[in-house]
Design a protein around this ligand. Structure first.
Ligand code: AMP
Length: 433
């Protein structure tokens, strides 16, 4: 199948060809015609499937074709909500790439940067606004954006927005949008919460699902290297050095370990930068740009920061620490083997993480290959310890007392699911070593 059989206009096909894409991915082939018809849509697709173009292209076309509609000052015609700043920036880049031959304006807003320049652009009105929920609400409350004439709403990575605790913000945004609009919701998984959100929001939606729920990309080869916690740093430096990896994305569970690991790698002469929620927007953008341009070899990221990062044909992803939430493993390895290229996902797993590993294997319905490397065999006498994920105190026996009414939340960061039991009882061993 070719792009020009989907009903897209020549201006858009030209932009797609300039990107070098000849054939649509399956989410694109299925979604684009339905969105062009004006249908609401629920798309089940992870990052890496080409989902951004699957909504960006038809949104551009729908706006071009919606009569003589000209953007009025202060208003927005299509609103795309994303969970993270990085994803917002990437989606905005796609909008301007695919819309390069189209007379529509687009703009991106997210927090962590000065709000005032954003107000100036919004005042003029924009056709397509890409936004993270928090900063959008800042503008709504300051009356610097008018969402009452939005024609199309896209919720990108809706599952992650809910995971990150944005449901109230999303509801506040929905309250100021017109009832009559086209809504597109994309999500990697269809959890009960997502279904509830979709039921209240979408009108007789078309359902398009590309990858099986929670299935890991078949183009990604996955391997586990059992290793003691204390030796993970050394093993990682060894793997990067001996295989001469040039571009590696490494995941840690916490910001603290991301920082610590970055320091260690740099000491070992392997250029690395960390990307996580405590880094300023400037530092995050710079780290990503340096990584993309091969000025640094390793990008160390936490799950939330890495969500939606679009790095073309990333060859290696390393789980320096397994995620607490098994679904995050699938998201992580989705950074490699993207859109038809092969990739390798390597997990360094210590004895503390065996329960997490079991959870992942249950989710992806297969046992991962375990390869113990010479010189890095785990010491069988080491007992597992509870995993400190930096968010909860692990040792309290009593359920946490409710916060006093006057006490401030510990962190502004919303709670995430944590459905793994991190208790210290002896888990299974590595099995097929
Ligand atoms: P996404 O799932 O939107 O993050 O896209 C994943 C990657 O696939 C991005 O690098 C896109 O630029 C790329 N991509 C999107 N559409 C196609 C296509 N039809 N053929 C090849 N690559 C594509």
């Amino acid at each position: 199948m070719l792009f020009d059989s989907l009903g897209l206009r020549a201006e858009l096909i030209t932009a797609v060809s300039k990107k070098g894409y000849a054939t649509p991915t399956s989410i694109q082939a299925e979604s684009i015609p339905l969105i062009l018809q004006g249908r609401d849509l629920m798309g089940g697709a992870q990052t890496g499937t080409g989902k951004t173009a699957s909504f960006t292209l038809p949104v551009l076309q729908r706006l071009m074709e919606s009569g003589d509609a000209k953007t009025k000052a202060g208003t927005v015609r299509a609103l795309i909500l994303t969970p993270t700043r990085e994803l917002a920036a990437q989606v905005a880049e796609s909008v301007s790439d695919y819309g390069q031959h189209v007379p529509l304006s687009s703009f991106v807003i997210f927090g962590g940067v000065n709000i005032n320049p954003q107000k100036q652009t919004l005042r003029k009105g924009v056709d397509i606004l890409v936004a993270t929920p928090g900063r959008l609400l800042d503008h709504v409350s300051q009356n610097t954006v008018d969402l009452s004439s939005v024609e199309i709403l896209v919720l990108d990575e809706a599952d992650r927005m809910l995971d990150m605790g944005f449901i109230r913000d999303i509801k506040k945004v929905l309250a100021v949008l017109p009832k009559q609009k086209q809504t597109l919701l994309f999500s990697a998984t269809f959890s009960p919460d997502i279904k509830k959100l979709a039921n209240g929001l979408l009108k007789t939606p078309a359902l398009v699902e590309v990858a099986k729920e929670n299935s890991a990309s078949e183009l990604v080869s996955q391997v586990i290297h059992p290793v003691d916690k204390k030796r993970k740093h050394t093993l990682l430096s060894f793997l990067i050095g001996s295989n001469n990896w040039k571009q590696v994305l490494v995941f840690t569970r916490t910001k603290h370990s991301a920082n610590k690991l970055t320091e260690r790698l740099n000491k070992d002469g392997i250029t690395a930068a960390a990307i996580h929620g405590n880094k300023s927007q400037g530092a995050r953008t710079k780290a990503l740009a340096n990584f993309k341009s091969n000025d640094i070899r390793v990008l160390v990221a936490t799950d939330i920061a890495a969500r939606g990062l679009d790095i073309d044909q990333l060859p290696h992803v390393v789980n320096f620490e397994l995620p607490n939430v098994p679904e995050d493993y699938v998201h992580r390895i989705g950074r490699t083997g993207r859109a038809g290229t092969e990739g390798e996902a390597i997990s360094l797993v210590c004895v503390d993480e065996l329960k997490l590993l079991k959870g992942i294997e249950r989710l992806i319905k297969s046992d991962l290959k375990k390869v113990t490397l010479d010189g890095y065999e785990p010491d069988p006498t080491i007992k597992p310890e509870p995993i400190q994920n930096g968010r909860h105190k692990q040792h309290s026996k009593k359920p946490a007392a409710k916060a006093a009414p006057h006490s401030k939340p510990k962190s502004a960061r919303p709670k995430r699911r944590n459905n793994q039991n991190n208790s210290a009882h002896r888990p299974d061993n590595f099995g097929n070593r």
